[in-house]
Design a protein around this ligand. Structure first.
Ligand code: OAD
Ligand code: ZN
Length: 248
């Protein structure tokens, strides 16, 4: 009830939008128990992240880097979608949406699949832990039980998760699709992202310059709060179900 007026306004915008862009970050999965990157208890509390979650480490010390990445995967898997993921899936069921997600945990796909929805509108601009590829020949591979033990069927190289590490570019097609959606969106939902990391964080500004309204749902101020038309200072797992309900 706390956000009643803003929620109704956002619900109206979404209901009448021809295209919605969703830009999500790690806070969107926080209520599932997944750690965020920044803040207390976040992934950046581990100083080794800068060394091992880096393209150079995979090339120069692959066994150590893959062992560290196994630990990271352990911290980011084994969770269930939260009410925010489920509400977003239902919003996207009935409206044209593109989701440009920085989340690598795969929980949004789980929520879409639970609803029987296609995940084609979800673009992983920072990759996903649900895919793997060869470090040497780049061929896609089954996600292994243990990256330190697995090798590529084609060339025998090490496998790695298909996530963007430090020192790497964003995957071309997902980012191009996200930019295309930003240019045509009427409304952008910014969900649980600090908006610090570029080029991803430029997407809301791009959408705004093409006329979109920006809505941030986040308990804390972010780098993007100032350019938003509506800011709802709440958790996505609490606010999105209210928005869905208000959409009728
Ligand atoms: P951050 O850790 O930078 O930010 C998390 C955001 O989530 C913060 O703004 C929190 O206030 C917010 N938050 C926390 N709980 C929330 C909740 N229940 N509901 C809504 N918001 C909540 O995470 P990202 O923005 O995802 O890059 O970080 C961006 C990128 O930085 C990541 O994708 C990663 C990292 O370097 C790569 O992996 C390439
Ligand atoms: Zn290979």
């Amino acid at each position: 009830m706390k956000f009643d007026k803003q929620v109704r306004r956002v619900a109206r915008w979404l209901a009448s939008a021809d295209h919605i862009l969703v830009f999500s970050g790690s806070g969107f999965s926080a209520e599932s128990g997944v750690p965020t990157f920044r803040g207390t208890g976040g992934l950046y509390d581990d100083p080794d992240i800068l060394r091992y979650a880096h393209r150079d480490a995979l090339e120069e010390e692959p066994e150590e880097a893959l062992a560290w990445i196994e630990g990271l995967r352990g911290r980011l898997t084994g969770y269930e979608p939260n009410p925010g993921h489920r509400a977003l899936a239902r919003i996207c069921r009935d409206h044209a949406c593109t989701i440009a997600t920085q989340n690598i945990d795969g929980l949004l796909e789980d929520a879409f699949e639970d609803e029987g929805l296609s995940t084609d509108c979800i673009w992983h601009i920072h990759g996903t832990l649900k895919e793997a590829r060869c470090l040497d020949c780049n061929e896609p591979a089954e996600v292994p039980d243990d990256y330190t033990q697995a090798r590529c069927d084609k060339c025998g190289g090490y496998l790695r998760p298909n996530v963007v590490l430090f020192g790497e570019m964003l995957p071309e097609e997902p980012f191009a699709r996200a930019q295309e959606a930003a240019r045509k969106a009427d409304v952008v939902l910014l969900l649980g992202t600090s908006g610090i990391v570029h080029p991803a964080a430029a997407l809301p500004g791009l959408a705004r310059s093409h006329g979109a309204k920006l809505v941030e749902i986040n308990p804390n101020e972010t780098e993007l709060s100032d350019i938003c038309d509506v800011v709802i200072r709440g958790k996505t797992g609490e606010v999105l179900p209210e928005v869905l309900e208000a959409m009728g």
